[in-house]
Design a protein around this ligand. Structure first.
Ligand code: UD1
Length: 419
């Protein structure tokens, strides 16, 4: 397996351009199969999750044409299969979106239980509850989910847990259901708005995306469209955290600053010097970070996906910081790895207590999930000496050419390829 070698201590300087949002793109590709004419998707990120999804939609029968480095056209007319193979589905969490999209297209779907980052238990009971409320029969056997419905019928569905995946999947299933569906207590992430805009451009009738209630009037059919994916706020947040952590001077371009308000607010508390423009955020350093407390919540709260990335800078703060993880139960696996680098962190239930003031030192460490991997890269940039990060297949799933982007701002990260 490949690994990254990082030599610290580094101060990042320069400009980074944000790629398209992973969490929008991974829903938009399965959703494109619901159209009856071609769909063009622009600003797709070059990440392994997207490459896997393209393979998956081709396996199902779609033709895919590449228009340029970030744009593809999907020809959904020839899709003939409603069964997705384990080898591809197990590579990513978002493969569960084929449940909603193939159910709409074929009135049935057979999907292996999805893969993705190991963040503790990740049930999909809310997706299933919603599909059943719309009139689908759902059966789980031998690791496969089978779902079918002659006719989905709109209804009122209240999510017991605010879930991004369930919100999107139920939008996909409800767009052509008979009558009106009202989804309540739904997630409000910007990616959900992006996906709803895409579906509306295909002819769907969805209102309220971005609020906690989404209303969907079923339409007869969906047609092709062209859509530009929004910028990836988590990727942008990663470079912002890296710049702040290394006391760097980095301009992060092509961001929607509103999507990162919870992050920039906390960075100001940390003492980071920031300037925010219309579509850019300029991090101008942080020589003496203050200890802070953060709590993750669904959007507009601080994203769980950026929680791990706050840890490296907290090890530099003068005092104790506390991170409370409210979204995923098992999302502190990076703590043991950071401790190998000299961090003083204690996990107590859903909180991690980070004692500042201890310098990190390079060590061999392992990325246990996508964002934990990015946190280890930032820690490697801060640490004295050499850090070798293994498990980088997790990082490649969701970050576009991460070492190249970091190296353009002075990181000097080497990818060591292993046969
Ligand atoms: C999505 C994102 C992921 C992000 C997460 C939370 C994608 C592809 N992934 O993941 O990057 O970290 O949102 O912002 O968009 N839950 C249930 N039952 C369900 C569904 C979820 O109990 O049926 C729970 C989960 O275990 C978790 C919480 O709800 O505790 C939020 O999960 P959810 O928003 O569904 O996360 P994902 O959609 O998997």
């Amino acid at each position: 397996m490949d690994h990254f070698v990082i030599n610290g201590t580094v101060t990042l300087e320069g400009e980074v351009v944000t790629s398209g949002a992973k969490n929008s793109s991974v829903a938009i590709l399965p959703a494109a199969l619901m159209a009856d004419t071609p769909v063009t998707v622009e600003n797709l990120p070059h990440i392994d999750d997207i490459f896997t999804l393209i393979e998956l939609i081709q396996y199902l029968g779609a033709e895919v044409k590449t228009n340029g480095s970030r744009s593809i056209t999907i020809y959904p007319e020839k899709v003939h299969s409603w069964k997705a193979p384990y080898e591809l589905v197990s590579k990513l969490r978002a493969s569960y979106y084929f449940l909603g999209s193939l159910l709409t297209r074929f009135k049935r779907a057979v999907i292996p239980l999805p893969g993705g980052c190991p963040l503790g238990p990740r049930p999909i009971d809310q997706h299933i509850k919603g599909f059943q409320a719309l009139g689908a029969r759902v059966d789980i056997q031998h690791g496969f989910i089978q779902i079918e419905a002659e006719q989905l019928t709109g209804t009122q569905i209240y999510l017991d847990v605010v879930s991004v995946g369930a919100t999107v999947n139920l939008m996909l299933a409800a767009v052509t259901a008979r009558g009106k569906t009202v989804l309540e207590n739904v997630a409000k992430e910007p990616e959900i708005v992006d996906i709803a805009n895409f579906l509306n451009a295909m002819g769907a009738d969805i209102v309220g995306a971005g609020t906690d209630e989404i209303k969907i009037c079923g339409v007869k059919k969906l047609q092709g469209t062209a859509h530009m994916v929004i910028p990836d706020r988590i990727e942008a947040g990663t470079f912002i955290m890296a710049a702040a952590s290394t006391n760097g001077n980095v301009l992060v371009k092509e961001v929607i600053p509103k999507h990162l308000e919870s992050v920039t607010a906390k960075l100001k508390e940390l003492g980071v010097d920031l300037e925010v423009g219309e579509d850019w955020i300029h991090v101008k350093g942080c020589s003496c970070p203050q200890p802070i407390n953060i709590k993750t919540f669904p959007y507009p709260g601080l994203p769980t996906d950026l929680q791990a990335l706050f840890m490296p800078i907290m090890t530099r703060a003068r005092g104790t910081s506390v991170i409370t993880e409210n979204v995923f139960e098992g999302r502190f696996k990076h703590v043991d790895e950071l401790k190998r680098m000299g961090a003083n962190i204690r996990v107590d239930g859903r909180s991690a207590i980070v004692e500042g003031g201890c310098g990190l030192t390079g060590a061999p460490v392992k990325a246990t999930d996508l964002r934990a991997g990015a946190a280890l890269i930032i820690a490697g940039l801060l640490a004295e000496g050499e850090t070798a990060v293994s498990g980088i297949e997790h990082i490649d799933r969701g970050y576009e050419k991460i070492e190249e982007k970091f190296n353009r701002i002075g990181a000097g990260i080497k990818r060591v390829r292993q046969e």
